[in-house]
Every structure is written in C-alpha cells, then in structure tokens.
Design a protein. Structure first.
Ligand code: F6P
Length: 358
C-alpha cells in the first residue's frame, strides 16, 4: 500500500458484533496495521455495539494485534445488542462517536450488525464500513464471509470422527449443524463427509412435526408425515443393501425440535434407532484456516483503503477473488443462498451411489 503523505489524520473505531467467527482477529490485525501505515489512530469498542453505546473502548496499536492472526474468537469480544434496534440505543451510539471524535467506524459482523449500521448512518455523518464476518456465509454480495471456511472444516473433522464410531457399530447418526436459516455449512460439510442425507432449507421446506402428532396411518395424506416416511424408507433401504453407518446432516432450524426430535420421530414411525448429535458452538471456535486468515487480511486492508478513498455505507466484499464494495443496504436485502450446483451435486452423487449398491 502506498504511504499517504498529504493528509488529514483520521481517527478510526472498530468493533466485532454478533456471533463471533474465526478470522475476526485476523481482520482486526489487518485494519490496525493498515491504519497505522496511514498514521490513523484506532480504538476498539468492546463487546460489539454495547461498547459503542456505553463508551467502553481500548486503543489499538501494532503491539495489540501482534500474533493474534491464528486465534479464534475476537480480542474485542462480541455480543448481540438489542439496544441497537431502539432509537435510544442509536442516539447513545451516535453520542459516543461524536464524543470520541471518530471519523470512521468499521464493524465486523453479519447482517444483524449491518442493519444496526444502517440505522446509525441516518444519525451520524462519519464513514461507515462493514466487513462480513459470520460462520453462516449468508450475506449477499460476497462470495465468502470470514469464518465460514473454518466452521465447515471443523464440522468435517467432527463428522469424520462420528463416521468412525458409526461404522464400528453400524449406527445411524443425525448430526445437526449451525447456519441459522441457511444451509451453507450443512451442504458443504455434508458433501465433504459423504453424508447419506442432507436435510436443509434448500432441499426441504421447514418441517413442524410434533412427535405426538405423527400420523401412523398407512395412507395418511399429511405432507409432513409423508416426508418422514420417505426418509424412513430410504434409510431402511440403504441399511438393507449394505450393513454400514448412515449419516444424516441436518441444518439447525429446518426441522422443529432439531436432531433429537427427528430421531424420536423415526423411532416412532419406523422403529429406526438414530443417535442425534448437535455439534453446536464448537463450529464457531478454533484457529482460523488459511482461507479465513487470508480473506480477513485482504478485507481489513481494503476497509482502510476504502476509508482513504472517502467511501461510506459499504460492505467490503470479495467476488471472484477480487475485492469489491457493496452498498450495506444491498448486502442485507437478501440472504445469500446455497448455490444450485451444490444442491445438485449432492442429488447426483446420491443417485449414482444408489445405482451402484442396487
Ligand atoms: O450467526 C452465527 C450463529 O452461530 C448461527 O449459526 C447460530 O444460529 C447462532 O449464531 C447462534 O447464536 P448464539 O450463539 O447467540 O446462540
């Protein structure tokens, strides 16, 4: 990056918000190093927007960000902040930014955090930059969000281990993965682990089936029970064809009651024994993989470049390997969906597998 010599010195603030994601520290590091290069001063607000509302911050210098690139979590801590949805919260955040004489605010987070930024934009005239950081990969306008690749790898490692014990006992497992309302983690990890079934928003409409409400009638025309029956039939068929393990990857929130409810229902409807396993927050932690460290580094530097270029109300994105700027309002308009080709890939491989095992 070329050194800036002609300038008004800027005061930058950064915070991490919403669900933490591996690689957030790498992004903070890149922001601080790039900002210092341009003689900007940087402070970090603590615990997401709560630190901004309560004016709790710490100065960030090169020493503070040395050797943090490999660490999961976030050195600034993170939180969800319902107060940012209220006029009072926005007013308090604005007052802190004015009091602290902040010229530009960088927020690393997901769409909830960006919605907070859009509300702030109406009250505060400083520069506002978002960096997409969430394991869910559900933000439109960027190919990947920081943290997603690590979460997928963590899920893969866990499912591979489950596969070992499932094979040994010829067991059926239902593994529930995070993603809020999207199936990016479920589809990527599921395909990479050769899951026998993936149940997610992209190939299943959400199922609300109370365990007491399942119709066991043979000719029941209840749509939701039918889905369960088809699933049960497929599991039985696969198990009859080859005595082996069977792994169902299920996205959280797609099936009411999640993996435990589905296990209970399969037992009730078809006498199938399944072991449910909710992977949970393990997917949010751990050292970021190379892809997330590199993405975060590129995005952090790009955020400072955008500030130097007087940009505002944008999200730093990466599209086809190149940095791009996307209006924050556009980034939150739609959730980024799982690509059709990925959903198709799972269907194709399952169909081919079925042909070969009869
Ligand atoms: O957005 C990240 C995420 O981990 C989602 O995948 C999950 O649904 C949610 O956060 C969990 O939130 P919390 O940690 O607040 O329970």
């Amino acid at each position: 990056m070329k050194k800036n010599t002609n300038i008004q010195v800027k005061r930058i603030a950064i915070l991490t918000s919403g669900g933490d994601a591996p690689g957030m520290n790498a992004a903070i590091r890149a922001v601080v190093i790039a900002a210092k290069h341009h003689q900007m001063s940087v402070i970090g607000f603590c615990a997401g927007f709560n630190g901004l509302i309560d004016d709790v911050s710490r100065p960030l210098n090169i020493n503070d960000v040395t050797h943090i690139i490999h660490k999961g979590g976030t050195i600034l801590k993170s939180a969800r902040c319902p107060a940012m949805k209220t006029p009072l919260g926005i007013a308090q955040a604005t007052s802190t930014l004015l009091k602290e004489k902040i010229d530009a605010l960088i927020v690393i987070g997901g769409d909830g955090s960006f919605t907070g930024l859009i509300a702030l934009e109406k009250q505060w005239s400083g520069q506002i930059i978002g960096i997409p950081g969430t394991i869910d990969n559900d933000i439109d306008g960027t190919d990947f969000t920081i943290g997603f690749s690590t979460a997928v790898n963590t899920a893969i490692e866990a499912i591979d281990k489950i596969r070992d014990t499932a094979e040994a006992f010829e067991r059926i497992f239902i593994v529930e993965l995070m993603g809020r309302h999207s199936g990016h983690i479920a589809f990527n990890a599921g395909i990479a682990c050769a899951a026998e079934q993936i149940i997610s928003f992209e190939n299943f409409s959400p199922v609300k089936l109370s365990p007491d409400n399942i119709s066991l009638e043979k000719n029941s025309s209840d749509n939701e029970t039918d889905k369960l029956k088809i699933l049960a039939k497929e599991i039985k068929q696969a198990q009859a064809n080859r005595h082996a393990s069977y792994i169902i990857v299920i996205a959280e929130n797609v099936w009411q009651g999640g993996a435990p409810a589905l296990a209970q229902q399969l037992q009730k409807i078809a006498d199938i024994d399944c072991t449910p396993c909710i992977l949970g927050h393990i997917q949010r932690g751990g050292s970021p993989v190379a892809k997330d460290r590199i993405l975060a580094t590129k995005m952090g530097v790009a955020a400072i470049q955008a500030i130097m270029a007087e940009k505002t109300n944008i999200m730093i994105a990466e599209h086809n390997n190149a940095i791009a700027h996307v209006a924050l309002a556009i980034a939150i308009m739609h959730q980024q969906g799982v690509s059709e080709s990925l959903v198709q890939a799972q269907e194709n491989i399952l169909a081919l597998t079925a042909q070969h095992i009869g």
